[in-house]
Design a protein around this ligand. Structure first.
Ligand code: ZN
Length: 76
């Protein structure tokens, strides 16, 4: 069972409160962060948290960013 960190933030589309960093393979086959994140609910990908929330009201407080899922989303 996947463990995720719950946050006070949630997806503006599906209401899920966790997301995963998106990991992809580079030319050598190594797994590397792509700089994107993916909602664990509706699977929408985003690079700006405010795009996930659907608003930018809380996006300026770096100390209160949403929690990362325990396991990254591996693509490719
Ligand atoms: Zn979602």
């Amino acid at each position: 069972m996947m463990t995720t960190y719950k946050t006070i933030y949630k997806c503006g589309r599906c209401g899920t409160t966790s997301y995963q960093p998106v990991i992809g393979r580079d030319a050598t086959g190594a797994l590397r962060p792509t700089g994107q994140y993916r909602c664990t609910g509706c699977k929408v990908t985003f690079t700006e948290f405010k795009d996930w929330w659907g608003h930018d009201g809380a996006g300026h407080n770096a100390a209160q960013q949403p929690g990362l899922a325990a396991y990254p989303a591996v693509v490719g």
